[in-house]
Design a protein around this ligand. Structure first.
Ligand code: PSV
Ligand code: MN
Length: 424
């Protein structure tokens, strides 16, 4: 199903007078509003192919209806999102959940929908039906060389798919680790993992990057072999200039200062990018900005500061992706909410008065520094983000559009009520 551009324009028209009134006020309050709008227009957040269906926990999964049944339908869903918000113009594939069969046809569909192929993701955390050896005790870390070889070959296969589609990065997330003390020799597990990653790294095309994603726990509950940003950075540094550390917001121990982690990784030129989500307790994979929007802003504040310090392009020099699970919401509505929250956090970070903040820091004026950040966060930038969307042809109010146009109802008519999308 494709979103009707004329309908978007028609509904925008009915909201325009009120929007203009609010925008004029916001534009008078914010410095450089035109430059900020351009940055917002340029910014895109990739949607993973596994996020279009209902997620679940080990206790159950309550499927929605009208879920995409194939990679093509997943792409259509992302195309829909992108048509509505103009900020979701990329898809990240997880192999083998979404193996492209006909590259030419898939690339053609992507062009039609205005989508690019973001990082490709390998999967050595599950056993597949036709798989010879099991990953029960790890993949790249495994004590058995044959298992490591199988996992390395899978990653190289994933790179090949990515090359065909025009991706430029491989994200490796490993569930490798141990559940009990004594199960694993940490040093040997690290060495095996490093050697395996080195083989994968060697198979990367020249212009590709390798993203090493870390996670504190789950599914292993005593140790994870890439458990935190320190370990990921160790691998990335040992691997070479094409390897980077990927931050997934849900992959930290409670209360970790993620914004500081981001600042230092950026300083070292080793930040790959982000998997956005939000959490209260662990890897909850909730909608970005739904629990801790201030933290999301503080992270973006460091991102903008750090990227500007290195002269980086905000839109293209890091990988931006949502990695959330939707257990009780319509996945498409949830993704619209996540993208909006990310755009708001980015917009807030763009309007921080850096000169004033820097001066407050140099004077140890703690109160002024806090005031600058909190006043920024309390500034309403929703209308600025909406203006950027309007200028790119998106809907002024994406969620309202989705609901009023009864998009899910139409998808259910097309696909039925019993469809289940692949993923977790
Ligand atoms: C692991 O929790 C993770 O964040 C990794 O990025 C996976 O590839 C993804 O979720 C989907 O399972
Ligand atoms: Mn992730």
């Amino acid at each position: 199903m494709l979103a009707d551009k004329n309908k978007i324009a028609e509904i925008n028209q009915s909201l325009l007078t009120e929007h203009r009134r609010r925008f004029e006020y916001a534009a008078s309050e914010v410095k450089n509003v035109e430059a900020i709008i351009q940055k917002l227009i340029d910014f895109n957040i990739a949607i993973p192919s596994w996020a279009l269906g209902t997620g679940g926990t080990r206790f159950g999964r309550f499927s929605g209806a009208g879920e995409p049944r194939s990679l093509e339908e997943k792409m259509e869903d992302i195309g829909l999102l992108h048509a509505i918000n103009q900020s979701s113009g990329a898809i990240s594939l997880h192999i083998p959940w979404d193996i492209p069969k006909d590259y030419k046809a898939i690339k053609f569909l992507a062009t039609q929908l205005g989508l690019k192929f973001d990082a490709v993701n390998s999967n050595t955390f599950q056993d597949q039906q036709d798989q010879e050896l099991s990953y029960k005790f790890g993949s790249l870390q495994h004590v058995d060389k044959a298992v490591r070889k199988q996992a390395i070959e899978h990653n190289i296969e994933v790179i090949k798919h990515g090359v065909e589609l025009g991706s430029e990065a491989l994200t490796v997330w490993l569930s490798d680790g141990s559940c009990f003390p004594g199960q694993l020799n940490f040093r040997k597990a690290f060495q095996n993992t490093l050697e395996s990653l080195q083989e994968i790294y060697a198979a990367l095309p020249d212009d590709w990057k390798l993203f090493v994603e870390y996670k504190a726990f789950e599914p292993n509950f005593y140790s994870m072999t890439v458990g935190d940003w320190g370990q990921s950075l160790l691998y990335a540094n040992k691997l070479g200039p094409k390897a980077y550390t990927l931050v997934d917001l849900g992959h930290h121990l409670p209360n970790a200062n993620i914004e500081q982690i981001v600042a230092l990784l950026l300083m070292e030129g080793k930040l790959a990018g982000f998997h956005f989500n939000d959490s209260k307790y662990g890897d909850d994979d909730l909608t970005a900005g739904s629990i801790k929007p201030y933290q999301l802003f503080l992270i973006f504040n460091e991102l903008v500061e750090g990227m500007d310090a290195r002269g980086m392009n905000h839109a293209t020099d890091l990988g931006w992706m949502i990695d959330a699970s939707h257990n009780v919401k319509d996945p498409l509505e949830d993704l619209l909410q996540s993208v909006e929250a990310i755009m708001l956090a980015y917009a807030h970070a763009l309007i921080v008065d850096r000169k004033k903040l820097n001066a407050a820091q140099e004077k140890n004026d703690v109160v002024a520094a806090q005031e600058i950040l909190q006043n920024t966060f309390r500034t309403d930038v929703r209308v600025i983000v909406a203006e950027a969307r309007l200028r790119s042809g998106g809907a002024l109010n994406p969620l309202q559009f989705f609901r009023e146009q009864k998009i899910r109802e139409q998808l259910i008519k097309e696909r039925g009520t019993k469809t289940v999308a692949t993923g977790l």
